[in-house]
Design a protein around this ligand. Sequence first.
Ligand code: FAD
Length: 497
Amino acid sequence: MIARLADVRVPWDVLVIGGGATGLGAAVDAAERGYRTVLLERGDFASATSSRSTKLIHGGVRYLRQGNLGLVRESLRERERLLRNAPHLVRSLPFVLPTYRPGERAFYGAGLWIYDKLAGRSSLVGTSLLSPQETRERLPTLRADNLRGGVLYHDAQFDDARLAVSLAQTFVAHGGVALNYFPVVALRKENGRVRGVLARDTESAGEYEIAARVVINATGIFSDEVRRLDEPKSRALLTYSQGAHVVLPRAFLPGDTALLVPRTDDGRVLFAIPWFGRVLLGTTDTPIDRPLENPRPLSLEVDYLLEHAARYLVRPPSRADILSCFAGVRPLLRGKEGQTSQLARDFAVKVAASGLVTVAGGKWTTYRAMGEAAVGTAARVGGLPSRACATHELPLRDARPQLDSLLSNEPSLREILHPRLPYCLGDVACAIRFEQARTVEDVLSRRTRALILDAAASIEAAPRVAALLARELGRDAAWECAQATAFTTLARGYLPS
Ligand SMILES: Cc1cc2nc3c(=O)[nH]c(=O)nc-3n(C[C@H](O)[C@H](O)[C@H](O)COP(=O)(O)OP(=O)(O)OC[C@H]3O[C@@H](n4cnc5c(N)ncnc54)[C@H](O)[C@@H]3O)c2cc1C
């Protein structure tokens, strides 16, 4: 990838800064339209917000309650596309909303019926009302006192960091160049117009001048930071809110149905979701004043999640039950003061006087629509030939097609990584050889989801992963040891204090 980046005599058509959902979506869109495109990510792909979501591809029951029907409809359309284009990573998930007061079942049933209608012709099963007994059959660990029934509906669930890998691979397969650990440190201008960037290769410390006809800033919560490389005094486009999750053993919610709590004390919705043999509980909404690179769940957030779960589950979960906890920061638009071009949606595409195109806000579910809007604008700004978006029906690359042949050629890679984790050494080797994993954290946090599934087990697995990485990447013993230590320090923060 670095060789391809360096071996270019004419400017790239499109340069995307940021390798989260938004940047990868824009990069795939640009490459698919036939533009020569490069994407640079400061850390690992999806290492910021895009690996820390609740892992739902959804219209947003919350937006439905706010009456933002246009947004719900657009998200549901994208949900359908993702179910079709990435069936290996996005799947239907049944949810039950339990009801305890008279009239609640009809009220929420009507709301979710509208949700179904907004989805149009959807492949997902429609909403239905459940008796108390049917509700308990779906959610056997639900508290039954005063239970009046429930509403069953369907939405979609995915693996966020793996979808990011799948997008990166799709992008590369369509001729793109994607580099992780490659921060953009400055923008390059000619006559006041952005014409490229200065980027650094973190591993070699080498610096690269990269010329491009148009630059897209897709850096999520860091968007204002990059905008200020362009205009140091530009007004903030974003505000920030942290959301925390805790991960519990499957016994708290056996079966394949998720639980939706429609209204928490602070008026939010709360999910308990089966995910890779564990239960994901989230999320919170804690305003914060600046973007954080490594957000950690606050003790108060963990208490809030456990307390709400305890109101619904027969056995109240405690801190001792937590396998892992993690947090992410939402990039939220400030509103009209930013003079954006797409205010009807929850994301914005903004063009600076220099031609820098910033795309921010939104959610994972709408990453493709965001990419489409950003690249449409970027093509105009960069004077690129007009070409239609072609991602609506674009299948995304399958995860790990190489694994089977790897395991038959190298049987030693069949060995399991850790008794409490659903991975073998072959998964680690695939991550290193085919998915640009460069660190123990890349492997255990995002190529596999070991850190989220069981933080303590991931710490125990770290030395083996470090050894395999060192062997595959030709690193020495000191590097191997430093990698295992750095991961252990990070992963301890995923255990409740
Ligand atoms: C708690 C929580 C739960 C959520 N749940 C859901 C959900 O269930 N469903 C859903 O659809 N959405 C959900 N979302 C929203 C969704 O996760 C985000 O909207 C999405 O991940 C944002 O992606 P992004 O690419 O814009 O930002 P990011 O993922 O933050 O990516 C930006 C990238 O830019 C990189 N970068 C920054 N500066 C530079 C630089 N100078 N050079 C190079 N790279 C740089 C960063 O390293 C980062 O990787 C949730 C969000 C949160 C916080």
